[in-house]
Design a binder for this molecule. Structure first.
Ligand code: ADP
Ligand code: MG
Ligand code: ZN
Length: 723
């Protein structure tokens, strides 16, 4: 496939193939039918676009959504590739123009909806032309085994018959074997080449949390992604509406999307999201199919998804550009009951499948094993690495209780003392030793288990109860969710079984992918480039990600090229974009570097790119610093570490700030109360971050210089919000 590399370089400014791309392109050039399964963001479009530009004739591309076609055609044109789409929103004269261009051989790619392609007239017209290849994007839509079945796709049955000498190629991110086989069968492909890529998405970090305070948990995630695009999934439409309202009130740029809105509102909100006018879309699973927005930095589920395959699809909409992105699944035990309720009309084998799928996602939520391994397992892939370095389990964010058996026994005994007649909230109150009237009235303050966990916050006790329910040691019964001991719960009471119990989550670390993709990047310049891109996009009425991906902007902010030959080396800057945007980019970067006394045209040796695997260690640091970093990793406080390494707090404090910056840590809660952090953030926004003393004076000494330094280091890791 060497002959296609110049095309990759010319149009996209890419240097090499992604995994399986070369194989997929070989099948296309050879004219052999193929089915290509690659995860979202794997780079499927290039598999047919690059060969289409290379081969004689015109390529036909079938795509299910107008928005999707439009984005791809716009991106191709910006790169200098002659492409067009035919759809129902065009006028007759527009269509005639396209037909003329097709006839004159001026186009290399033509995008069509399946129903448009399969009309008698279109087929007749196209059959008289030299067709290079036929690509079916989102090909799982043809199978009713999948979850996005589109009846129009069924018309594609007849394709092979109408174009017997043209290779037909199906592309999808849907993994199950059943769907793959069905695609080949429905399209009547001849001995197709089957290419299945790995489903690992190393740039995604996975976290799973039980819900204790949904809004607080969501806000904590949003704080890490200020001014960035994200999707929040809710199970019900009503949840979408109420969460959107809450978010809007709190000043977030969020819009709703669900099947209850008018077509017009849905399209409007989707457009606003794609063009960055709205940063966040709050949606049911109705949203997302074929959304190619590449800079989605986070996906939050505020309830359990329907199954692990759905979760892979939905969370997979984050980080298509290959940059680090966060997927958090917030769930409560109730969600599984809700899904069961939705599926109550099913029966027979369909119900069995639905129940099995639901049990799978429930296990995933409750399990305390590597999230990535669990997902890949589900798709039949072996994940052999010991730690993925990018999930809450592998990053050791989940801290186990040191003696879970005794703790569980205390809780279960209390349930027994309450004669299995009270709910989780009440039981937690009794264990906490609350003096609420109802408890005293019933004499439950006299129970032997009253106040047994009085040194623990009530919220924590409540969470442990939910964990025991989740693991099946307790059961919630009836309308009031009365707690009852299950057979495995009895085993725990007899000491025959030890459950796993988690403490509340503490520090959040950056994944290895995040550290690597930010190495050497000047965040201020990255932000300026983003704003410049937004201006260009608005002028052209295009989504910003169609102009340049975030990955390209980070490369620009890392290497800071101000000479043409250096600009040409940036991945994502092909020939046409170089001509169009080279000059303004050079100017912007030069001005920024001058203003900030930064080196331009950084050489490769000057930035050491971290490889994805090991977490960063201090570069050339002393033994004391090495030791300090290890201790910080274990969540030790500043004073503790200073004591252990036997250094002054000020020295240790310097190590800590370097540690925070190197790990991209944005959460200071290990070192100070969140309220103090927020106060410093607020003051820093007002007073600036150049000097510490104005902030220190502001609080009249109530907040220490150490705290301010630590907080500022965390704030530096958050992107400065675009002003
Ligand atoms: P998919 O359709 O598989 O979800 P896309 O085709 O939309 O993925 O590609 C995802 C992103 O990866 C796009 O921004 C694309 O330009 C980029 N990309 C694709 N192939 C390469 C490559 N060989 N090198 C660098 N970036 C690539
Ligand atoms: Mg695609
Ligand atoms: Zn993991």
């Amino acid at each position: 496939m060497e002959e296609l590399l110049p095309i990759l370089h010319k149009y996209w400014g890419y240097e090499s193939f992604r995994p399986l791309q070369a194989e997929a392109m070989r099948a296309v050039v050879a004219g052999r039918d193929s089915v290509v399964v690659m995860p979202t963001g794997g780079g499927k479009s290039l598999c047919f676009q690059a060969p289409a530009l290379h081969m004689p004739g015109i390529a036909l591309v079938v795509s299910p959504l107008i928005a999707l076609m439009k984005d791809q055609v716009d991106a191709l044109r910006l790169a200098g590739a002659p492409a067009a789409c035919v759809n129902s929103t065009q006028t007759a004269s527009e269509r005639r123009e396209i037909a003329a261009a097709v006839k004159n051989g001026q186009l290399k790619l033509l995008y069509l909806s399946p129903e448009k392609l399969m009309t008698e007239r279109t087929l007749e017209f196209l059959q008289s032309l030299d067709i290079s290849l036929i690509a079916i994007d989102e090909a799982h839509c043809i199978s009713d085994w999948g979850h996005d079945f589109r009846p129009e796709y069924r018309m594609l049955h007849a394709l092979k018959e109408k174009f017997p000498n043209v290779g037909v190629h199906a592309y999808t991110a849907t993994a199950t074997e059943q769907v793959r086989l069905d695609i080949a069968k429905q399209l009547k492909l001849h001995d197709p080449e089957l290419l299945v890529g790995s489903f690992d998405r190393p740039n995604l970090i996975y976290r799973v949390q039980r819900i204790h305070d949904q809004w607080a948990q969501v806000r904590e995630i949003l704080a890490r992604h200020r001014d960035k695009s994200g999707i929040i999934y809710c199970i019900r439409r009503a949840d979408v509406d109420s969460l959107t309202a809450t978010m809007q009130q709190a000043g977030y740029s969020a819009l709703p999307y669900h099947a209850g809105l008018s077509d017009q509102d849905r399209t409007k909100n989707q457009e606003a999201f794609l063009t960055d006018r709205a940063k966040i879309i709050v949606a049911t699973v109705a949203f997302g199919m074929g959304i190619d927005k590449s800079d989605v930095r986070f996906v939050i589920h505020t309830g359990a998804p329907k199954g692990l395959e759905h979760y892979q699809q939905e969370s997979g909409r984050a980080g298509r550009d290959g940059l680090e992105s966060e997927c958090t699944l917030l769930y409560s035990q109730r969600d599984f009951a809700t899904w069961k309720h939705f599926q109550r009309e099913l029966s027979g084998p369909a119900l069995e499948v639905a129940n099995r799928v639901l049990a799978g996602i429930e296990r995933f939520c409750i399990s305390l094993d590597c999230r990535r391994r669990a997902i890949l397992d589900y798709f039949g892939e072996d994940y052999t690495a010991e730690s993925c370095q990018a999930c809450d389990v592998c990053l050791s964010e989940l801290e186990m209780v040191s003696d879970p058996l005794i703790l569980a026994q205390k809780i279960l005994s209390c349930v027994i003392r309450l004669e299995q007649m009270y709910g989780a909230e009440y039981t937690a109150l009794v264990l906490h030793g609350s003096s609420e009237e109802r408890i005293v009235d019933k004499g439950h303050n006299k129970l032997s288990t009253y106040g047994l966990l009085k040194d623990q916050p009530k919220k924590q006790i409540r969470d442990w109860i939910e964990q025991l329910v989740g693991q099946g040691h307790l059961r919630k019964d009836g309308e009031y969710g009365v707690l009852q001991i299950t057979p495995t719960g009895r085993k725990i009471l007899r000491g025959e079984l030890t459950p796993k119990l988690l403490k509340a989550a503490k520090q959040r670390k950056a994944s290895a992918a995040a550290v690597a993709s930010w190495t050497g990047v000047d965040r201020g310049l990255f932000e300026e480039l983003r704003q410049w891109r937004k201006g260009v996009a608005d002028e052209k009425c295009l989504p910003p990600f169609v102009i340049f991906s975030d990955a390209t902007l980070r490369d620009l902010a890392r290497w800071r090229p101000t000479a043409m030959e250096n600009l040409a080396q940036i991945s994502g800057l092909g020939e046409k974009k170089l001509i169009e945007y080279g000059a303004p980019l050079k100017k912007l970067i030069k001005r920024y570097c001058d203003d900030n006394r930064l080196d331009a045209n950084v050489k490769a040796g000057d930035v050491v790119l971290e490889s994805a695997a090991p977490p960063p260690t201090p570069q050339g640091g002393s033994m004391a610093k090495q030791q300090a970093w290890k201790l910080f990793e274990q969540n030790k406080t500043l004073e503790e570490v200073a004591g252990i390494i036997n250094r002054a707090t000020s020295t240790t404090q310097n190590y800590l700030c370097e540690f925070i910056l190197a790990h991209g840590i944005t959460d200071a809660s290990v070192w100070m109360e969140p309220a103090i952090f927020e106060q410093i953030r607020e003051a820093a926004q007002r007073l600036g971050t150049d000097k510490l003393s104005p902030i220190h004076n502001e609080f009249q000494g109530a907040i220490t210089f150490d705290q301010i330094r630590i907080a500022l280091a965390c704030l530096r890791n958050e992107m400065p919000s675009a002003s």
